[in-house]
Write a protein that binds this ligand. Structure first.
Ligand SMILES: *Cc1c(COP(=O)(O)O)cnc(C)c1O
Length: 393
C-alpha cells in the first residue's frame, strides 16, 4: 500500500455508494424487473450467472448490490452474498462445497448451533465430519483423502482460541481442500481471513455489522476460485434478503470501525479489572498478554471486540453465579452480541465442546461489553459479585 492509499476506515465509508447525487443508495423494494424487449431479456439471463445484473428481486437489487460492495471492501474478497441469518449463511456454505462421501474438518470451538446442523443435516446427506482442537494443532493428523473443507473459527466461540490460519490454508492447498472461516468475532475489520489464506469468510452480520440489535443477517464473501458453488447454491435454495434490511445493514457498517474501537477499549479495561478479582480464575480474551492466543492475535488481528468469558474459581458454585447474572443491572441476559448494549449469558462449556474434559473447570459466563460508560459497567459487576458470591481469599 502506498502512503496515499486511503485507510480501511476511509474505504469502508465510500464503498457501496452512488457515484453522484444521494449519499446513500435508495431502498429498492422489488421482485419484478421489466425488460425492454426479448433480446435484452435473453441477454441478461445469459449473463446473470457471472455478472451482477438486475433481472429478478431474488438475485439482488441496487440495495443488495450496494451492501455486497461494502462486504467485498470489508473482507477483501471477489464477490459477496447476504442471507437471512448467520446460521443460514453457514448452512449454505457447508451445503455449497460438500457432497455425499466428502469429509468436513471443523473446529471444536465452532458456534454451537452448527454442531447440530452437522449431526442432523450433514449426516443425513452422507457427509462425514470430525472436530479438531480450536488452536488447530491436530488438523494435519486428522485430514483424510476425502476432506474437502476445513471450517475454522478464530478466535473460537466462548474461549477465543486463535489458530494459525496461514499455516492451515497452506496445509489445505496441499490436500486440495477449501478453507472457510466464521469471521463473526472479527467482522471483517479486526480480522481478514481471506487475506490470511481462507477461501470463504462467513459473518453473522446480526452482530457487529448491524451493531444495533435490530437486524438478523448472515454474509459470505469468497475469493474467485470458491465463488461459483456458493452462487449456484444460493440460487438453488432461493436465498435472498430484503432491501430494507440491506439498507439498515449498510448504515450500521459505516460506524463499524468506531464502534469496535470503543467496544475493544472498554472490554480490555473490564478484563483487566476482572483479572484482579479473587473470585476469577481466568479471563478468556486474546487481547490480554496472558492469553495463550495473544501472540497470534497480535500478529493477525487489528484489535479487540467487546467479548470476554469469565471462569470463576472452583469454590464458587453455579447457583451463586446464576444469582450474580440475575442481579446485574446493566447487563441484559440474552443471546447474540455486537449491539450497542452490554449482555451476559451463562456458559456450559462442556456442552459446547466434543474434545477434552471440561468438568474440572469452574463456572463460566460470557460478557459482551457494550458502549455504556465503562466505570458504570465495572461498578455493576462489583455490586453483583459483592452481593451474590461467597467471600474468597
Ligand atoms: C451469532 C453467531 C452466528 C449465527 O448468527 P445468527 O444471525 O444469530 O444466526 C454464527 N456464528 C457466530 C460465531 C455467532 O456468534
Amino acid at each position: 500500500m502506498s502512503s496515499n492509499d486511503p485507510a480501511p476506515q476511509t474505504r469502508l465509508l465510500r464503498a457501496g455508494r452512488p457515484h453522484k447525487g444521494w449519499v446513500n443508495t435508495p431502498v429498492t423494494r422489488a421482485s419484478t424487473y421489466i425488460f425492454e424487449n426479448v433480446a435484452q431479456w435473453r441477454d441478461v439471463r445469459a449473463r446473470r450467472g457471472d455478472e451482477r445484473l438486475a433481472s429478478y428481486g431474488a438475485r439482488g437489487t441496487d440495495s443488495t448490490f450496494a451492501l455486497e460492495d461494502a462486504l467485498i471492501e470489508l473482507e477483501g474478497g471477489y464477490r459477496a452474498k447476504a442471507y437471512c441469518t448467520g446460521q443460514a449463511a453457514i448452512a449454505i456454505v457447508l451445503l455449497s462445497y460438500l457432497r455425499a462421501g466428502d469429509h468436513l474438518l471443523l473446529t471444536d470451538g465452532v458456534y454451537e448451533p452448527v454442531r447440530r446442523f452437522c449431526k442432523e443435516q450433514l449426516t443425513r446427506l452422507g457427509i462425514e465430519f470430525t472436530y479438531f482442537l480450536p488452536d488447530g494443532s491436530d488438523i494435519a493428523e486428522k485430514i483424510r483423502p476425502n476432506t474437502r473443507l476445513i471450517y475454522v473459527e478464530s478466535p473460537a466461540s466462548l474461549t477465543y482460541d486463535m489458530l494459525d490460519l496461514p499455516a492451515v490454508a497452506e496445509l489445505a492447498r496441499k490436500h486440495d481442500c477449501l478453507v472457510a472461516a466464521d469471521n463473526t468475532w472479527g467482522s471483517g475489520y479486526l480480522y481478514r481471513p481471506l487475506d490470511l489464506g481462507a477461501d470463504i469468510s462467513v459473518c453473522a452480520a446480526t452482530k457487529y455489522l448491524s451493531g444495533h440489535a435490530d437486524i438478523m443477517m448472515g454474509t459470505v464473501v469468497t475469493n474467485k476460485r470458491a465463488w461459483q458453488p456458493l452462487e449456484d447454491a444460493t440460487v438453488d435454495f432461493g436465498q435472498t434478503i430484503g432491501a430494507d434490511d440491506a439498507f439498515l445493514m449498510l448504515r450500521g457498517i459505516r460506524s463499524l470501525p468506531l464502534r469496535l474501537a470503543a467496544h475493544g477499549k472498554a472490554c480490555l479495561q473490564v478484563a483487566q479489572w476482572l483479572q484482579q478479582r479473587p473470585e476469577v480464575a481466568r479471563v478468556y480474551c486474546p487481547a490480554l498478554p496472558e492469553d495463550p492466543g495473544h501472540a497470534l492475535w497480535k500478529r493477525d488481528c487489528t484489535g479487540q471486540n467487546g467479548l470476554l468469558t469469565i471462569e470463576f474459581v472452583p469454590a464458587i458454585d453455579a447457583a451463586s453465579v446464576e444469582r450474580l447474572i440475575d442481579s446485574l443491572q446493566l447487563f441484559g441476559l440474552g443471546a447474540s452480541w455486537g449491539g450497542f448494549e452490554s449482555l451476559v449469558i451463562p456458559v456450559n462449556i462442556g456442552a459446547a465442546r466434543s474434545i477434552g474434559d471440561w468438568s474440572k473447570h469452574g463456572a463460566m459466563i460470557r460478557l459482551h461489553i457494550g458502549l455504556e460508560d465503562t466505570n458504570d459497567l465495572i461498578n455493576d459487576l462489583e455490586q453483583a459479585m459483592h452481593s451474590c458470591l461467597p467471600r474468597i481469599g
